[in-house]
Write a new protein. Sequence first.
Length: 268
Amino acid sequence: MTTEFIIQLAVLGMVVGFAAGLLGVGGGGILVPMLTTMYLSADIVPSHAVHLALGTSMASIITTTFSSAFSHYKNHNLDWHYVKTMVPLIIVGAISTSFLVPIINTTALAIFFSLFMLSISLRLFFNKQQVSTKKSQIPPQVAGLGIGSISTLVAIGGAVLSVPYLMSRGIEMRRAIGSSAAIGFPIAISGTIGYAINGHINVEELANNQAIIGFVHIPSVIIISICGFIMAPLGVKLSTKLPVIVLKKIFSVLLVLLSVRMLLNVLL
C-alpha cells in the first residue's frame, strides 16, 4: 500500500467514526462506495472491488456496533426478549447470504446497493421513521432472517431495518434503537465470517493475496476501525450542539452521491 492510500483509509475511518457518533448511523453507506472507488484506483483485485468493499465494510463496523451495543446495555436500553429471539435467525440469514455473494455479478451488486441506499437516503432526508399504529404480524424469527440477509448483502448493521420493525412491535423508540445496536453486532460478526470464508473458497486471486482474507482487506479494516474509534466520541459530543436534522439531510444527499459515483465507476 502506498502512503497516499493509507492516508485515504485513515481519513475515511475518521469520517465514518464521526458520522456514527454524530448521527447514530452505520458506516456502510459511506464505506462501500468509497472503498470500491479506492480499490479500483489502486488496482486491488478490480474484478471483485465491490465484493471486497462489502466484506471490508462489514468487518470495519464490528467495533462501532460493539461500542454502541455496550453503551446501550449500560443504559438498560435493550429488550433482551427480542434480541435473543431474533439473533439466531439473523446469524443464519447473514451467513447464508454470504454464500450467494461470490456468484452475484459485480454490476448487479452495485445496482442493488445504490438502490437500497437511495431508499434509505430518502427516508433520512424527509426524517421519516416508519411507525405503524398496528402491531406487525411478522414473527421476530422471520424478521431476523430477513434483516440478517439484507444487511449482509449491503454491509450495514441493520438499524434502518430493525428499528422500524421493533417499534412496529410496540417497543419504545429508545429501547428499539438499543436493541437494534445489540442486533447489529452479531450481524457484523456473522457477515464478516461469511465474506471471509466464501471469498477465500471461491476466488483464487483473492486467496493468493496475503493482505486479504476472502473478501476482507485486513489493512483497511485495521486503519478504518482505529480511526473511527478515535473520532466517534467527538461526533457524540457535537451531536448535542449542532442541528442534527439538517445534518441528516446533508448526509442523505452524500449517500446518494457516493452510491451514484460507485455505480458509475463500476459501469464505465
